[in-house]
Design a protein around this ligand. Structure first.
Ligand code: SF4
Ligand code: SF4
Length: 188
């Protein structure tokens, strides 16, 4: 027996409260999907995701790969004749999925995001070798692209030692701390 998909009336309202994007303006022209460079890998096209949100299909949306594969290139938002900011919707859906503890359908993306943020927090800028090591520990793919990494090291494209500036690190940590306080206030 097939499981019925139940609409969640509060989902659209919650998204509307958080980002103020009028997804109901969408008339399904498909221009967002046609221009999306990641469309080929998504399980729901951007237009389908917007439609699913309008129908309140929260579980379908939050368990989709689509928002995790979105590269935030903004092509969809730029092309939309109805000025629906689809890229913003993608971000909001990701935030809701994380807040609700939904397992990401593309876990490597969240591993990459976490590794990148930690890297920037510590060094105040990107330290590529540190990012690679952190990512390898999170994904346990220790030997993937090893040859490429060695070639990059030989050509001096990856620095062995990070550029450290206490002033820069303090400034970045202060930004992270302000964001974390703000997130705490939002959750209250
Ligand atoms: S481009 Fe805009 S109106 Fe067209 S399907 Fe996408 S969101 Fe809807
Ligand atoms: S912002 Fe995301 S959904 Fe929009 S076109 Fe770019 S990759 Fe596709």
């Amino acid at each position: 027996m097939e499981t019925a998909i139940m609409p969640d009336a509060g989902f659209l309202k919650r998204l509307d409260n958080e980002i103020k994007v009028n997804v109901n303006a969408c008339y399904q022209c498909g221009k967002c999907s046609a221009g999306c460079p990641m469309n080929y890998a998504m399980d729901l096209t951007p237009a389908q995701l917007i439609h699913a949100i309008r129908l309140g299909l929260k579980d379908l949306v939050l368990n989709s790969k689509t928002m995790w594969l979105c590269s935030s290139c903004q092509t969809c938002s730029t092309r939309c004749p109805q000025e629906v900011d689809i890229a913003r919707v993608m971000d909001a859906v990701k935030i809701i999925a994380v807040a609700e503890g939904v397992k990401p359908q593309v876990p490597k993306v969240i591993a990459f995001n976490k590794a990148t943020l930690r890297n920037i927090k510590w060094f105040g800028r990107m330290y590529e070798l540190g990012l690679i090591c952190d990512l390898k520990l999170r994904t346990l793919e220790f030997f993937k692209d090893l040859g490429l990494g060695v070639r990059m090291l030989r050509k001096g494209k990856l620095k062995l030692v990070p550029s450290v500036s206490p002033g820069r690190t303090l400034a970045t940590m202060s930004i992270f701390s302000r964001v974390s306080n703000k997130e705490g206030q939002t959750k209250k």
